[in-house]
Design a protein around this ligand. Structure first.
Ligand SMILES: NC(=O)c1ccc[n+]([C@@H]2O[C@H](COP(=O)([O-])OP(=O)(O)OC[C@H]3O[C@@H](n4cnc5c(N)ncnc54)[C@H](O)[C@@H]3O)[C@@H](O)[C@H]2O)c1
Ligand SMILES: O=C(O)C(=O)C[C@@H](O)[C@H](O)[C@H](O)COP(=O)(O)O
Ligand SMILES: [Zn+2]
Length: 363
């Protein structure tokens, strides 16, 4: 049995099924109960880096009487492709996977995005459970039901809204995470701080070096606060018809950078540059005060996240941003801040302002 477990409810409004995000340690004992006893087969989708974890989960589920298969996929963004999704569909087909069976996605955000997408598309939708093992996946990717894959044309362009039946955030998983991956996840935590919960920023600023590792004094509070921000937003707007867009803060430029780097950059690093850009855009558009705009640079830099990207790439980035999911026709739309924790939409900014904002970011 787990020690202290925090339970955060997501959904349950506007006709959506509620589910819980559990945060604690030694949570894997909760998995069997979440899967349910009328289920025959379970497919555990895991990345190469977590081969042992995937196999241990499979063996444990088999010991509980499930027909369990492990499906290993590549690490990171290499997994978010149509080819890897097709590989998973094949494995499900070969194991006779039916509508009452369950997929478990264990890994970082790339793995949970893929596993959720496979669950959304197999037989037009089967239940799935997320076991995020990076800080980014715990606070953001595994919560809220956005699932998907990348294409050569852009990030997450193919996907579905398909919420999980439950999310198990076992903080012990973070101990094996390389520091760069841990720090990358801080970008989404800092995003939650700027758009909704500034206490997050205070906690990180109180000791930015300590915030760079899971051994820091505020890890569980930062994870829980960020999940609460995400849970509150997605519970009211699962399909992003309005307010959910605020979770895309910094992402318009970030996704263009990721595509430009052929998905070799970590998402969180790109979001960091993207938030720096959004802050400068907000400032130049006369929305954001100087102190809050400057705070983006100081807090992101203090934890070791990047602020800059190649200046000469601007024309390509601008083209890519035009097909961002928030665009409407020819209208570019950005999330900016009207002040701390006051996110809003900036529609069709003057191209000169866009270029000037990128002038602060480009190097
Ligand atoms: N669906 C959403 O709402 C949402 C939200 C935010 C981000 N995302 C997506 O999440 C992805 C980024 O996720 P990420 O930052 O977790 O990166 P990631 O999934 O690429 O994981 C980073 C690396 O760490 C490895 N790894 C995972 N857990 C580990 C552990 N405990 N120990 C050692 N290695 C481990 C992975 O195999 C991978 O190589 C992006 O594709 C992004 O688009 C989705
Ligand atoms: O959950 C959301 O909504 C978000 O925008 C969260 C983002 O952090 C995440 O990267 C998401 O996958 C981006 O979604 P997209 O629709 O812009 O691809
Ligand atoms: Zn993101």
């Amino acid at each position: 049995m787990s020690e202290t477990v925090t339970r955060i409810q997501v959904g349950g409004t506007a006709g959506t099924e509620p589910y819980e995000v559990l945060v604690g340690r030694q949570l894997l004992g909760e998995l069997g109960g979440l899967i349910g006893n009328r289920v025959k087969r379970v497919a555990v989708i895991h990345p190469e880096a977590l081969e042992d974890t995937g196999e241990a989960l499979r063996a444990d589920l088999a010991g509980q009487g499930f027909e369990a298969v492990a499906i290993q996929v590549p690490n990171a963004e290499e997994a978010k492709t149509a080819e890897v999704a097709a590989y998973c569909w094949k494995a499900l087909g070969q194991s006779g996977f039916t509508r009452t069976d369950v997929i478990v996605g264990v890994g970082g955000g790339a793995t949970t995005d893929l596993a959720g997408f496979v669950a959304a598309t197999w037989l037009r939708g089967v239940r799935w459970i997320a076991i995020p093992t990076t800080v980014l996946a715990m606070v953001d990717a595994a919560v809220g039901g956005k699932t998907g894959i990348n294409t050569a044309e852009g990030k997450n362009l193919v996907g579905s809204f398909h919420p999980p039946a439950g999310v198990l955030c076992d903080l012990a998983a973070l101990d094996s995470l390389p520091v760069n991956d841990y720090v990358s996840g801080l970008a989404e935590i800092i995003k939650a701080g700027f758009i909704a919960d500034p206490v997050i920023l205070d906690l990180i600023e109180s000791d930015p070096q300590a915030a760079r590792t899971p051994a820091g004094p505020h890890t569980s509070e930062l994870v829980e606060r960020s999940i609460r921000v995400k849970a509150e937003v997605v519970s009211g707007d699962l399909k992003e018809s309005g307010r959910r867009e605020i979770l895309n803060y910094g992402h318009t430029l970030a996704h263009a950078i990721e595509k430009n780097e052929r998905y070799q950059w970590r998402h969180g690093a790109a979001v960091s540059v993207g938030m720096h850009f959004a802050a400068e855009l907000g400032r130049l558009a006369g929305r954001l005060d100087d102190a809050t705009a400057d705070r983006h640079r100081t807090v992101l830099e203090a934890v070791g996240l990047p602020l800059h990207y190649r200046y000469d790439q601007w024309p390509k980035l601008l083209e890519t941003m035009k097909v961002d999911k928030k665009s409407r026709g020819d209208l570019l739309r950005f999330i900016v801040l009207d002040g701390l924790a006051k996110p809003t939409v900036l529609e069709g900014p003057d191209p000169a302002i866009l270029l000037a904002a990128y002038g602060e970011v480009g190097q």
